[in-house]
Every structure is written in structure tokens, then in C-alpha cells.
Design a protein around this ligand. Structure first.
Ligand SMILES: NC(=O)c1ccc[n+]([C@@H]2O[C@H](COP(=O)([O-])OP(=O)(O)OC[C@H]3O[C@@H](n4cnc5c(N)ncnc54)[C@H](OP(=O)(O)O)[C@@H]3O)[C@@H](O)[C@H]2O)c1
Length: 272
């Protein structure tokens, strides 16, 4: 039975995200694409959705689908490689086209990521350029994009501002032969925890979406050097234990609508 306080909480829960600027990196496929689809249904007319990835065709295809489904939603695609120095500026210049007076909330989803070369162990990573390249895309770009967006939309403009880091269990636990990925995810988690301490009005969430049936999973279960890990990933797949993006995105959206998580927290799909 629902208690009085639960029903009060339920009535406070938002039904949508209002008129928002919503930026999603890695929106061309997998979790990011699904997130774009779900978010688009919860944005009021006049909202702006910025989709970022390298695959122009996939972004345009998504733009066409979403535009046909949602009247009054402005969709902008940024075709950029977040590992390159000019990519963050490309996203910021699209974001600059939206004035804070035209929206009442801001969402930035740092979702884009790559697994890195999981076919090798730590001792083989002697090439500084290779490591820097990985960290540039998976760590530096998320920090610099987040910082740039917060400068464009500072606290004093009175927006509800929310930054989500799509995280992983790998931010917390070491997985053999996944040194780049685990390092990047751990660094990103800490980055967003620091941000939450610094910006009191900002809502910051590290969300670990669980094992998803996406291209990243296929790559992981095919290329992982560590035999135990590779076998357990293959078993998760063959036993149907992977999650659909829809189910995991659904949980994230619920958390964001309820909006009562501790800012800077790491929430895992299986903890919710
Ligand atoms: N799949 C899982 O089991 C799992 C588990 C835990 C956490 N996660 C996390 O969930 C998020 C989404 O993963 P996913 O499984 O959906 O991965 P995915 O299917 O591989 O999709 C990754 C997305 O990131 C984009 N991307 C990759 N490199 C990029 C670059 N250099 N510049 C710009 N965009 C780039 C890709 O687009 P383009 O290729 O078009 O650039 C794509 O849209 C990631 O942060 C991942 O770490 C996934």
C-alpha cells in the first residue's frame, strides 16, 4: 500500500523535461540512439536536441525519424570525432545557437565511448600516443565539453541543469585486458564527482547502464584477451542475460524524472 509520503513524492515527480536543450554524444547507435529516441518524447515543443557522433548517415537517419514523430522539436546533428581537438568546439557552436532564455532546462549526456584495444594486457601499452589518443576521446573530450557547456549556461541563468556520465561497472572494478576502458571510466567518474562538489545547483549523475546488447558488447566478447572474461561475456549473450537499451534507458529516464538522487552518485542499473 502507498504511504502518504510516497504519494506526495509521486505527485512531485516530473512528467517531462520541459523545454530543454538536450545534448547526447554517441547518438548514432546503441544506448545513445535509444536515449535520443526516449528523450525526444519527453521534451516540450521548442526544445533542441543535439546529436553527436562520427557517422553522418546514421545521425541523419535518426534526425529524420525523430523529426517526423515530434512536432516542434529542433534537431541538430554534429558529425565529429570526439578524439579530435576541434570536436568539442563544433558541439559548442551548435549549443550557442540556443539562448538560455528560450529553454528552462539543460541536459548533457556524455555517452560516447570506445572500448579501446582489449586484445592486449597492460604490459603491452608502451606507446604513449596510443594511450593519449584513447584518453583524449574518452576522458578529455567529456571534461572539456562539459566545461564548455557549463560556461555557456552558467548557474545564474536559472536553468535546471543536469549532466549525465554514462559510466560502467568498469569505473569501480578492474577487468583484465580492459586497461584503457577501466582507466577511462574510473577517471570520468571522479571527474563528475568533483564537478558535483563544485557546482551545488548542478545535478550530476554517473549512470552504469548494465551489460547491453550493442556493437560494443559484440566487439568485447569477440576481442577480449582475458579468456575468463571473454567466456563469461559469451555466456551472458548465449543465456540471454544482456539488457536491451530500451530497458536500461527507461530506468535512467525514471531516475532523471524523479530527480532525487544524490548529485555525483554512481547508480548502476542493477541497484535501482
Ligand atoms: N554495451 C555495454 O554493455 C555497456 C556496458 C556498460 C557501459 N556502457 C557504456 O554505454 C555507453 C554507450 O555504449 P554502447 O554500448 O551504446 O556503445 P556503441 O554501440 O559502441 O556506441 C558508441 C557510440 O559512441 C560513438 N562514438 C564512438 N567513438 C566516437 C568518437 N571518436 N567520436 C564521436 N562519437 C564516438 C559511436 O558513434 P560513431 O561510431 O558514429 O562515432 C556510437 O554512437 C558507453 O559510454 C559505454 O561505455 C556500455
Amino acid at each position: 500500500m502507498e504511504t502518504g509520503s510516497e504519494s506526495n513524492l509521486a505527485s512531485l515527480e516530473k512528467k517531462d523535461f520541459g523545454k530543454a536543450l538536450c545534448i547526447i554524444t554517441g547518438a548514432s547507435k546503441g544506448f545513445g540512439r535509444c536515449l535520443a529516441q526516449e528523450m525526444s518524447t519527453l521534451l516540450k515543443p521548442g526544445s533542441v536536441l543535439i546529436l553527436v557522433a562520427r557517422s553522418a548517415d546514421k545521425l541523419r537517419e535518426l534526425e529524420t525519424i525523430l523529426s517526423s514523430q515530434r512536432d516542434g522539436l529542433v534537431i541538430r546533428c554534429v558529425v565529429a570525432d570526439l578524439g579530435q581537438n576541434d570536436a568539442v568546439e563544433s558541439v559548442l557552436s551548435e549549443a550557442r545557437k540556443t539562448s538560455s532564455s528560450d529553454i528552462n532546462s539543460l541536459f548533457l549526456f556524455n555517452n560516447a565511448a570506445s572500448l579501446g584495444d582489449v586484445s592486449r594486457h597492460v604490459r603491452s601499452f608502451t606507446d604513449v600516443n596510443e594511450v593519449n589518443e584513447y584518453l583524449s576521446m574518452n576522458v578529455s573530450s567529456a571534461l572539456c565539453l562539459t566545461a564548455g557547456i557549463l560556461q555557456l549556461f552558467p548557474a545564474d541563468v536559472g536553468l535546471h541543469r543536469c549532466v549525465v556520465n554514462v559510466s560502467s561497472l568498469c569505473a569501480l572494478q578492474p577487468f583484465p585486458s580492459w586497461v584503457l576502458y577501466c582507466t577511462g571510466k574510473a577517471a570520468r567518474n571522479m571527474m563528475f564527482r568533483v564537478l558535483a562538489k563544485e557546482e551545488c545547483d548542478l545535478r550530476v549523475l554517473n549512470y552504469a547502464p548494465g551489460p547491453l546488447e550493442t556493437d560494443m558488447q559484440v566487439y568485447a566478447r569477440t576481442n577480449t584477451a582475458d579468456e575468463g572474461l571473454r567466456t563469461s561475456m559469451a555466456a551472458m549473450h548465449s543465456e540471454g542475460r544482456l539488457l536491451t537499451c530500451e530497458v536500461s534507458v527507461g530506468k535512467l529516464i525514471k531516475v532523471l524524472l524523479k530527480d532525487d538522487y544524490e548529485s555525483g552518485a554512481h547508480l548502476d542499473f542493477y541497484d535501482l
